[in-house]
Write a protein that binds this ligand. Sequence first.
Ligand code: C2E
Ligand code: MG
Ligand code: MG
Ligand code: MG
Length: 275
Amino acid sequence: SIKDYHKSNYAFFNKEMQSQRDQEKYFASRMKSALRGGEFIVYYQPKIDVASGDWSGLEALVRWRQPDGSLVQPDSFIPLFERNGFITEIDRCVFEQVCQDLSGWIKEGRKAYPVAVNISRVHIREANFPGELVDICQQYKIPVELIELELTESAFLDNPSIILKIVKEIKKEGFKLSMDDFGTGYSSLSMLKDIPVDIIKLDRDFFKLDMTKREKIVVTNVIHMARELDIQVISEGIETAAQEQFLKEVGCSMAQGYYYAEPAPIEMLAPVIWP
Ligand code: C2E
Ligand code: MG
Ligand code: MG
Ligand code: MG
């Protein structure tokens, strides 16, 4: 089953590449050929409606498959590619693979789940964003409503007035907008007030097992507030039955996490999400 599926991301870092600088040099030297060679691949992690147990969507998560077959996780290369700007190419490549996959599912008559794609704070500031994404959707005949753009909460702080303009653009084009890692920043409340997001993803920090009563009260009320604002709430990083129980207590119906399914190639998820 998908729960037994574990990522195989050992190997790759050998003794000569121990320091982070060496790794980054290596990544930078290989990034272009890796992109051309299709080494950036998409894993998907399902989202679930806790009450009904139905799968409700997917999140696309990039992996770098090295020529030796080992996988590099995004946290090891995204910071570098945000610094050197290459992240935009990666995001675009992931977006295109997602559209291609969606188009395949539609043709095969499978349920086309909405897919969330992570977009870097660097990428959203490109001049042709989000128009280029609309073009890709059109090319693959994908309704934009099937795509959610996930933007990390802290990105909204970069330059609030520019970000608000971009957010309006995203909504005007018809994409759903999701605020990722919600609650990790310092102005989560003012963001709820100012930014017309469709979805917030509560960071897994909220679901530590030893939460105090005060913490629970805060989470519960954020969820209620979001609901009144017509914002969908999804909890990320759910790993245990106890955490799921907590979701039920605080009234959060949507979740994502290893407890339900780990990120995996779509072929591995297929029997689970299209039974
Ligand atoms: P994120 O968007 O917040 O994604 C959630 C991360 O938590 C993923 O890590 C996922 O594999 C992991 N996760 C899911 N369920 C659980 C769980 O139950 N427990 C724990 N401990 N972790 C869980 P991943 O795939 O390594 O991605 C890390 C981050 O890299 C993502 O965080 C996202 O910010 C970024 N990222 C991934 N793909 C892309 C992409 O295509 N473009 C951009 N710009 N960023 C991406
Ligand atoms: Mg995300
Ligand atoms: Mg997140
Ligand atoms: Mg995160």
